[in-house]
Design a protein around this ligand. Structure first.
Ligand code: URA
Length: 441
């Protein structure tokens, strides 16, 4: 096999063979293929794209570059979810205990955030003592004993993706559909899951700004999963405004707890009910939870009855987290300064720009610009209004939680532009823009 020939084939628009793709992934991960040749191939893929078979083969080669988790000692059907990320997205914290409360074992590895807001692990680390770095033995033990485990991703999972992602980041080749889809799906396939619900966001606060882009990414990922023998569904969800009210790590944990107690904001409650019902539908494999409308009712009851919250408590305790902070939310990290941003005029909310709220949270220190940045768990924003709400001059539209005057001023500059008000009534935004099932429809 010759790397120069592989680059030239892709440059000239030819489909790569399985052998060529495997050679590239294995030899790059082994350090044999130099960065300059790998970069040239990535750029050729960026411009020429990949067909369905190539994308699946790239995904499988990256998944198999490290350990392939086998969860069969925990469950005969592992269910997982993946969110393409967004502002105020605490869905994982709510949906996993919710699904586990139906007796469906959850053994999930999650990531840290880069850019707006923290990732799931950063949010969990707002709780003192919560240990995300589990050994394989502890990961399995907690899953078996409590029915739910939520830890950091093992370094040995899809190492080829880790290496290629770093290179993509510095060669302008991140924004390629087959490369994004294979990157995300390689980690999911290596994590031992049988069914995956994808929550693909679209809008100004999402990676995919337009619905067409989100649909294309969701379709590509669903096809990869189906071709790899997994059950798949993708939800196309709105990320033009923040998800729920809270944006920032400890604030989002508090909102997740309230939602798990059936007292969350309607927006995040309804979003999580849909994601959980879709996960249960896959896990039920036609024998249970096949009727989504009925499952919505069951899921809603699991939130309101405290059953889902009980599983969240179990998970926190099993990871060494301080349950007192969950039972008394005032004990979670708290910022020193609080500042309300008032509405400048009366009318109807026409936009709550999720991207601007995201940049404000980053300015406060709730997210990280580089992997090395430290996160301030206490800071963040509460976005009190949603598109379509009626408001009066002076009503607080946002509350900023800050630990530093300079950062507070920087966040205010972003947030002053974040809310648009119209004199005319405005229709609320939908939570979801569509569903793509395993048939790719
Ligand atoms: N997230 C990933 O894991 N990979 C990408 O390429 C983009 C987002």
């Amino acid at each position: 096999m010759n790397m120069l020939e592989i680059i030239e084939n892709k440059r000239d628009g030819k489909a790569l063979s399985q052998a060529e793709i495997r050679y590239f992934v294995e030899q790059y991960t082994a350090g044999v293929i130099p960065d300059y040749q790998a970069s040239a191939l990535l750029m050729a893929i960026y411009f020429q794209g990949m067909d369905r078979a190539e994308t699946v083969q790239l995904t499988m080669a990256m998944a198999e570059s490290g350990d392939m988790l086998d969860l069969s000692d925990i469950t005969d059907y592992a269910i997982d979810k993946h969110s393409s990320g967004g502002v105020g997205d605490k869905t994982t914290l709510i949906v996993l205990p919710l699904v586990a409360s139906f007796g469906v074992p959850i053994a999930k590895m999650s990531g840290r955030g880069l850019g707006f807001g923290g990732g799931t692990l950063d949010k969990l680390e707002s709780i003192s003592g919560y240990d995300v770095n589990l050994s394989d033995a502890d990961f399995r033990r907690i899953a078996r004993e409590t029915g739910i485990v939520l830890a950091g991703q093992s370094q040995s999972l899809a190492p080829a993706d880790g290496a290629l992602y770093v290179l993509r980041d510095v060669t302008g080749t991140v924004a390629s559909l087959p490369l994004i889809a294979s990157s995300i799906m390689s980690k999911k396939l290596a994590a031992g899951t049988s069914g995956i619900v994808l929550d693909v966001k679209t809008g100004c606060g999402a990676y995919m700004k337009t619905l067409d882009e989100a649909r294309a990414l969701a379709t590509a990922m669903v096809r990869i999963g189906v071709d790899a023998g997994r059950n798949m569904v993708a939800l196309l969800s709105d990320m033009n405004q923040p998800l729920g009210v809270a944006v920032g790590n400890a604030l989002e944990v508090a909102e997740a707890v309230r939602t798990l107690q059936g007292e969350g904001p309607r927006h995040i409650h309804d979003h999580c009910v849909e994601v959980a019902a879709q996960m249960l539908r896959l896990a039920g494999r036609g024998a249970r939870w096949a009727d989504l409308a009925v499952t919505h009712g069951e899921v809603d009851r699991a939130l309101r009855s405290g059953k889902a919250f009980e599983f969240f408590r179990r998970m926190i305790a099993a990871h060494g987290g301080d349950l007192r902070q969950i039972d008394d939310l005032s004990l979670l990290p708290k910022a020193r300064l609080r500042h309300d941003v008032p509405a400048r005029e009366s009318g109807h909310v026409a936009a709550v720009h999720a991207d601007k709220v995201g940049w404000a949270s980053l300015a406060l220190g709730a997210g990280r610009k580089t992997k090395e940045d430290a996160i301030d768990h206490a800071v963040g924003i509460e976005a009190h209004v949603k598109v379509g709400d009626a408001i009066a001059t002076g009503d607080p539209v946002m509350t900023i939680h800050a630990n530093d005057d300079g950062r507070l001023a920087a966040a205010m500059a972003w947030l002053e532009e974040a809310v648009e008000i119209s004199a005319e009534p405005v229709a609320p935004l939908p939570l979801f823009h569509g569903v793509i099932d395993g048939a790719g429809n």
